[in-house]
Design a protein. Sequence first.
Length: 393
Amino acid sequence: MRTQVGIVGAGPAGLLLGHLLHRAGIESVVLESRSRTHVEERIRAGLLEQGTVDVLTETGVGDRLHREGLVHEGLELRFDGEGHRIPLTSLTGRRVTIYGQQEVLKDLIAARLGAGAPLQFEVEQVALHDLESDYPSITYVHEGAAQTLHCDVIAGCDGFHGICRESIPAGVLRAYERVYPFAWLGILAAAPPASPELIYARHERGFALATMRSETLSRLYLQCRPEEDLAAWSDDRIWAELHARLAHRDLGSPVKEGKILQRGVTAMRSFVVEPMRFGRLFLAGDAAHIVPPTGAKGMNLAVADIRVLAHALQAFYRGRGMGLLEAYSAKALARVWKAQRFSWWMTSLLHSFDGEDPFEHKVQVAELDYICGSAAGAMTLAENYVGLPLALG
């Protein structure tokens, strides 16, 4: 087979790239190792920056998002038993929207299949070839048949554990990583949200987060050990800990209990590779970087990568040469590192670290108090949380 852009991975990065290229008249084939059911049903992140909402809306896949998404104009920081609202919209003029990543993927898959654009699930034995040439290729097996896909460009959108980054020769990439000494125990519960807006709580027993997926589904998180045994966490223990960590001194616990539908432990790490390009292979999303979930940047950062890459590919196919493609890595990484800084800062601000002494605790509380009591401090959090501007030029 022959196409212009071969896309490995049908997550947010790969599907959005395929969607943007199709609208620009550029051919692509999207390859995914997992089943369509797995892609559409796996519960992942759910907070969209204004810029992410805008690009989905402008490209015709935002109708259901606007019907079902929950728009938030603020968030709450809770510490020392008191709540402090950060008014995101009044500070920045921008909002965030709760709409699950799996819902975004359903919308993008429907759009691609509806347009008759190639999307193949459950491909196996994927391998990349001739990445430093002008004619790279992808070999794989689909429905028992060996295939070769010849391309001009390959987009590596297959996540942290994918084949694309591993296909780059040793010594080309430099990796930067920080593994945090804690994790999140997360649950999805059939219960109304604890609050109309997210609550980020710093507590002496550890961090907690109350968010939601809909008006009847709550997503709640507790700081725990990376090696946490889920079997040791009964429903009663989980609810008791959430009540304790999210409680307000005067108002009590806002948590509403319900049937726990899913539970799991999420490791916390910061990870970046540089550069995000090797020859005609361009990495995007989790294939190139991972952020701790505290700052809600993972999917939004993937979308920002793709907006830059799609813009560069459109320039390439309009005869403007390789200039923007050659600049892709540096431009994407400038934003990646700002998102890493914010995610690291939020994580360091709100979590209890092993061996933390009373001085560290007091400094964290003092910084939280400053953020909530200073217009400048609140603006720093707000403008990063809703998403920094993205210039494509």
